[in-house]
Design a protein around this ligand. Sequence first.
Ligand code: AMP
Ligand code: GLY
Length: 437
Amino acid sequence: MKVLLIGSGGREHALCRKLAASDLVETVYVAPGNGGTALEPAAVNVDLGKWAIRNELDSQVDPAVDFARAHGIELAVIGPEAPLVDGLADRLRAAGIASFGPGAAGARLEGSKQFSKDFMARNAIPTADYRVFTVDTQAEAYAYLDEIGAPVVIKADGLAAGKGVTVAATVEAARAALAECFDGRFGSAGDTVVIEECLVGPECSMIAFVDGPTVLCLAPSQDHKRVGEGDTGPNTGGMGVYSPVPLVTEQQLASMQEIMQQVAAALVAEGIEYRGVLYGGFMLTSAGPKVLEFNVRFGDPETQVILPRLESDLAQLLLATATGQLAGVSLENRDAVAVSVVLASAGYPGDYEKGKVITGIEAAEAIDGVEVYHAGTALVTEGVGHEQLVTAGGRVLNVTAMAADFLDAIQAAYAAVDRIHFDGAFCRRDIAQRAVS
Ligand code: AMP
Ligand code: GLY
């Protein structure tokens, strides 16, 4: 098979490597890819323009569909949320190309917090209580804040690159977050705002393949969202992750799986055809797991610990999901745990410099059980025929280690981290500590 993979992060490098390892796969075309996918023997980076999103002015121009047709693509895999929300999966399917990822209707579960909350409310999916306000009902929003007090959570309705959520400890902070949304910090994504009850408990992610009513859950994982050790400092896209999650009880696991089934059934009942990943972000509250959010794609960096553990053929699983044949398929995980540490550029999640030379990845991967996935890297040509790997983003590398237990995996991951160098590199040193303590 020739596969088209859309995206450029660590998630896509992990998907690319696992797909390329399948006997079913001949070539993975990655659009636009990164330095890591450029180095994969069975992968080719291609430039289809920004996220391959169609030119709004000319609906005839659809680089991803054109490319898929011209190159005989048999499976398209869409990594990030923006092209899914934009309906890329619908357009590829309309052109007869099997596509992994929901259409625009299903992608609203991530694309609109209001849609997602209303969907959960009308289908009795456990989630935090909430109210929705718009720019036109601002006054009521502020009055509602005064009424319910803090802590409280403020969420911009639309996609805001992971920055649209504020967990406010005081009413003052909540008012400031609300003002930011209504003042246009997130563009039209903040014209509608969800004000939500603050839930407490550990968080856990459940990523599942969903094909209509059929749900196949992968192992649970836990992300570290704050930039600083001990969960301090601002939120990031994720600084590290581990899987499975020992603190999750059998009962909580069963409950999360049941909720995922309930969501798939509700999608079917509402006439939304869903073929792709559904990612449930859960809070394990004293009243049981409740949904914080849905993503309609693989998590990043969650994928970088879930895929190395997956023993089953990823290409087969994605193709079965994309073609409506997931029923009856099962999956196997390796009997090992995985830890992934993010190596980031100095300054992230604020401003950072790019173009720093990266060394030591080969030495890191020489450690047993270690795989290094590239996120923000680029392969640049220096002089005649000499290629150099440089930093090109805030999150640069995901250093993943698999081992029999968490102590060994943590030790291997940090030993690998210590073999890698670029100017300004930093990481959290406490990734997966919660799994051992
Ligand atoms: P989201 O983008 O909805 O996942 O929110 C990002 C993060 O905000 C989550 O991972 C949680 O840490 C936090 N969060 C979101 N909703 C709530 C809530 N209702 N109560 C407490 N924390 C929340
Ligand atoms: N790591 C969180 C996400 O992928 O949304």
